[in-house]
Design a protein. Structure first.
Length: 157
C-alpha cells in the first residue's frame, strides 16, 4: 500500500469512527426517570379530564386516591363526593379548557399547574371566572393516582 493510499485509508477510518460516534451521540438518550414520570402523569391527567367529560365513575375511582385532598369553589371534598358530584348533575362542565400546563416531577410525585378557562355549573351556580389549579399525582400501589387538587380564582383585571 502506498503512502497516499494509506493516508486515504486512515482518513476514511477516522471519518467512519467520527460518524459512528456522532450517530451514537446524536441518538436520543433513554429518557430519565423524571421525564418518564411526567409522561405517565400526562397520560393520567388526560384520562382524568376524559373521565370528567364522560362522567365515567369507574375511571375516576381508579384515578383518584382514597385519601384525596380536593379544594375548589370554597369546598373541601372527599373522593366519594368528587365522584358523586361529577357523575351526577351536581357538577357539570359546559366546557373543559386548560392551558399553560406545567408538569414537574419529584420521583414518584408529579405536580401539575395550569390555567383553566372552563365554564362549569356547580350546585346550580355557573362559574366562568378563570382559575389557576394545582394537581398532584403520586405513584401509589403501582399506578399513578391524583392525591390533591386545588383551584383558585384569578382576579380579572
Amino acid at each position: 500500500m502506498t503512502v497516499p493510499n494509506l493516508r486515504r485509508g486512515a482518513i476514511l477510518l477516522l471519518c467512519a469512527i467520527g460518524l459512528s460516534v456522532e450517530l451514537l451521540h446524536g441518538q436520543d438518550a433513554a429518557p430519565d426517570a423524571d421525564e418518564i414520570a411526567k409522561q405517565e402523569a400526562i397520560k393520567v391527567d388526560d384520562a382524568f379530564n376524559k373521565a370528567v367529560v364522560e362522567k365515567d365513575g369507574a375511571a375516576l375511582q381508579q384515578i383518584l386516591a382514597e385519601k384525596l385532598s380536593w379544594v375548589a369553589r370554597g369546598d373541601r371534598l372527599t373522593k366519594a363526593k368528587v365522584i358523586s358530584d361529577i357523575t351526577t348533575e351536581n357538577l357539570h362542565f359546559k366546557s373543559l379548557t386548560h392551558d399553560d400546563l406545567l408538569f414537574k416531577s419529584f420521583g414518584s410525585t408529579v405536580v401539575v399547574t395550569g390555567h383553566s378557562s372552563s365554564v362549569l355549573e356547580y350546585k346550580g351556580k355557573t362559574y366562568t371566572t378563570p382559575r389557576l389549579f394545582t394537581t398532584v399525582y403520586m405513584k401509589l400501589d403501582g399506578r399513578w393516582q391524583m392525591v390533591a387538587h386545588q383551584v383558585s380564582n384569578v382576579e380579572e383585571k
